[in-house]
Design a protein around this ligand. Structure first.
Ligand code: SAM
Length: 279
């Protein structure tokens, strides 16, 4: 297999720096640099882009991103044991890698990057959905980032890309598909990771749309959808009765039968309902 850089193999890096994987940090490392380079390539041509990476760990994906030509990578890593390994990468790629030792839920470093900005990460699964929702719901749209290329548990990836009528369709699909083009671009078996997780994984690529697919206020849409899918087996006239006293009229005005259930409603009608509720 082709060598992507002159740094030591990741197995050696982990051993040298004593980075035994910790479960509570969601540490399932990718050690195959050809694989991390192909994930980096899913983010497109990186040569003119700044990249935000959450959870670089020993740096497998970081090295892939840099070898693929990323102009600059800003990486946030909670585990300080990884810092020496990341410093070795930074030395190999002068002025192209900055590392923040901290919690990605507490820090929003997007302001420190220069557009065009892309986000690429093999996310810790315990915070992946939360980070995704934050990136999909910034105060204004379009967001500062152009695209997200993110690893999820396959089950979450399927929820993000689900279509109406399927069991996986819900809030994540609506939030993602309202404002981005998103698709699964890679499937990875557990053996791709060290240690292997119990589940399959998938990379999802999201391209930010210049404007949401249909008009709606983000907060109202999010509230209505979350309320409806919280009781997804109920008819909408029941699950949404707390949203507005005349919810049946608003459902009908949005082209929705009050007896329909949440998963039957497509994105366009969810946006119509958000507008009707807001009005
Ligand atoms: N990118 C590496 C790779 O592909 O091999 C590691 C991916 S591993 C699935 C997730 C990484 O996220 C770990 O290095 C872990 O320490 C880090 N991490 C976990 N929680 C974090 C948090 N709240 N903020 C920043 N990094 C976090």
């Amino acid at each position: 297999m082709a060598q992507i850089d002159n740094l030591p193999p990741l197995r050696d890096v982990i051993q040298t720096h004593g980075i035994a994987a910790k479960k509570n940090l969601g540490q399932n490392f990718l050690l195959d640099l050809n694989l991390t380079s192909s994930i980096a390539r899913q983010a497109g041509d990186l040569t003119a882009c700044d990249i935000l990476e959450v959870g670089p760990g020993p740096g497998g994906l970081t090295r892939g991103l840099l070898a693929e030509g990323a102009r600059r990578v800003l990486a946030i890593e909670k585990d300080s044991r990884c810092l020496p390994a990341l410093a070795e990468i930074a030395a190999q790629y002068p002025d192209r890698l900055d590392v923040i030792n901290g919690d990605a839920l507490d820090i929003n470093p997007l302001d420190h990057l220069t557009p065009p900005i892309r986000i690429c990460a093999n996310l810790p699964y315990n915070i992946g959905t939360e980070l995704l929702v934050r990136w999909l719901t910034p105060p204004t749209w379009p967001p500062v980032w152009d695209s997200l290329t993110l690893m999820f548990q396959r089950e979450v990836a399927l929820r993000i890309t689900a279509t109406p009528g399927s069991k996986a369709f819900g809030r994540l699909a609506i939030l993602a598909q309202w404002r981005t083009d998103c698709q699964v671009v890679m499937d990875l078996p557990p053996e791709a990771f060290t240690p292997p997780p119990k589940v399959n994984s998938a990379v999802v690529h999201f391209k930010a749309l210049p404007a949401p697919r249909f008009p709606a206020e983000a907060k109202t849409l999010s509230h209505v959808v979350a309320t409806a899918f919280n009781q997804r087996r109920k008819m909408l006239r029941a699950s949404l009765k707390g949203v507005a006293p005349d919810i049946e009229d608003r459902l009908i005005a949005s082209g929705i039968k009050p007896t329909d259930r949440a998963e039957q409603i497509d994105l366009e009608r969810w946006c119509a309902l958000a507008r009707a509720v807001k009005a």
